[in-house]
Design a binder for this molecule. Structure first.
Ligand code: NAD
Ligand code: G6P
Ligand code: MN
Length: 444
């Protein structure tokens, strides 16, 4: 494998997360020697805005002569000779996310980016877009590593597992690392000392232990006690974000009621659907907040750079998100076998769950990719029941995609645990078919 002069492609170059990823690449350049960054996007304007920002960042770090920056909407130009691809596309953009959130909500159901029926709506769009990216990688850079953040992770990784099982791809989510970092900051731990054990589907899982090397004990029970006594405050990388504070508050509701395991905060959408809907504003959802916040700030950065405004121009959250994916690339390249939470085919890792489920579990990452751990214990009936229903719903939805099956889509929608009846499942499905138009496969 090439160790130096790496060509890195960011698919979804115009994403608001691109500056954070590039910042992490810059910070890790001694271990990740890239000399080329290509921004690939289907939206030329967003891609060019990002080009201005990344160009500015490289100049600020005096890297403009060492790193070639390019932008393109041509997949061949983008992917050819690439070594690493970081994928973070959002098919349909924030406008379609808004629809995913608002249609279910208008029927009293959870309206969320990746969970519930909003997540299923996004899934049917995203599979199409991501399979396209994977096919380009397969065609133009079959030896490259594709590190994927594109959501909804379980659905897209299930689809890729079926269509391109041989592609060198890792699917990761930043949520576990964000939970860990937030907990560690709140209670004065150093997450770097942790060896967490966790299992689930993406945005649908539980920690079973968090062994702290410096303290030589499992700190999960005391963390749950602290959560229940003191609550959890939003950490600096999400500071001022009301949605995240609400998510941490709900995490504490879950640990109070189910104190044996530390859950992924996203379980609130399945376990407390009613409360979530009651708190939601059907006219102003998370998509609106992101459009009015992160998206505007990104646009503003590019405007200031174009107009050569003086002063502090860079304005983005540099949290764990970018570092996590770059650390994965570093671990592959240097065969480090660092431990990451990844979405992988189960294949016995959770012994009492179907082997072809895409599960999120710890995995060691080296030159040959992911080596997931085997849990070596059976999961309890509560988690198993929840996961099996969710997994079956997700499998049905991916079937619906490949088979163009309306019936399978309706079954998936009905089985989704945020949905109380087949009647409302059908109404929402039919509205989403209309709203998604050509973004979705035809369902007959
Ligand atoms: P965004 O809308 O700001 O950026 C996405 C970019 O993708 C846009 O510039 C868009 O033009 C581009 N795009 C859309 N379809 C494309 C296609 N077919 N080919 C190439 N480019 C395409 O979105 P964002 O908020 O920055 O999020 C980006 C993605 O990352 C989303 O899928 C989001 O859910 C995901 N995400 C995942 C995690 C995780 O934990 N896995 C964390 C954060 C964000
Ligand atoms: C976390 C999750 C991602 C999700 C994101 C949404 O990072 O792990 O999967 O996409 O939150 O954040 P947003 O600010 O776009 O609502
Ligand atoms: Mn995620």
């Amino acid at each position: 494998m090439k160790m130096n002069n790496l060509k890195v492609v960011i698919a979804g170059g115009g994403s608001t997360y691109t500056p954070g990823i590039v910042q992490a690449m810059i910070n890790s350049r001694d271990k990740f020697n890239f000399t080329s960054i290509t921004l690939y996007d289907i939206d030329e304007i967003r891609n060019d805005d990002m080009y201005q920002i990344i160009d500015y960042m490289l100049k600020k770090e005096a890297l403009e002569k060492k790193v070639t920056l390019s932008q393109t909407t041509d997949p061949k130009l983008a992917f050819i000779k690439s070594d690493f691809i970081f994928s973070q596309i959002r098919v349909g953009g924030m406008e379609m996310r808004e629809i995913d959130e608002k249609i279910p909500l208008s029927h009293g159901l959870v309206g969320q980016e990746t969970c519930g029926l909003g997540g299923f709506s996004y899934g049917l769009r995203s599979i199409k877009g991501l399979l396209e990216i994977v096919s380009y990688v397969d065609q133009y850079a079959p030896d490259a590593w594709l590190l994927n953040y594109t959501n909804p992770e379980t659905l897209v990784s299930e689809a890729v597992r079926r269509a391109f099982p041989h592609v060198k791809m890792l699917n990761a989510c930043d949520m576990t690392i964000s939970i860990e970092e937030t907990v560690a900051i709140n209670y004065g731990y150093d997450r770097k000392n942790w060896i967490p054990t966790y299992y689930g589907l993406n945005h649908f899982g539980w920690y079973t232990s968090i062994y702290d090397k410096s303290l030589d004990r499992d700190v999960m029970p005391e963390i749950i006690e602290k959560l229940n006594a003191d609550g959890l405050q939003v950490a600096d990388f999400n500071s001022g974000d009301k949605t995240w504070q609400e998510a941490w508050d709900m995490l504490c509701v879950m640990t109070k009621n189910f104190p044996d395991f530390l859950p992924n905060n996203y379980l609130e959408y399945y376990l407390y659907s009613n409360e979530v809907v009651e708190k939601s504003n059907p006219k102003y959802t998370r998509a609106n907040m992101v459009m009015d916040g992160r998206e505007k700030r990104t646009k503003e950065m590019s405007r200031k750079i174009r107009e050569k405004v003086d002063g502090d121009i860079l304005d983005f959250n540099f949290g764990e998100h970018g570092q996590y994916i770059v650390d994965m690339a570093v671990s592959i390249l240097n065969d480090k076998h660092d431990r990451f939470m990844l979405i992988v085919p189960n294949m016995g890792a959770i012994p009492n769950l179907r082997s072809d489920a895409m599960v999120e579990i710890p995995a060691y990452v080296g030159r040959t990719g992911a080596e997931p751990i085997s849990l070596r214990f059976e999961i309890n009936d509560f988690h198993k029941g929840l996961m099996e229903a969710q997994n079956a719903a997700e499998k049905l939805l991916v079937d619906a995609y490949f088979e163009n099956s309306y019936q399978k889509a309706l079954q998936a929608f009905t089985l989704n645990q945020t949905v109380p009846s087949a009647k409302v499942a059908k109404v929402v499905l039919d509205e989403l078919i209309e709203a998604n138009g050509d973004f979705w496969p035809e369902l007959n």
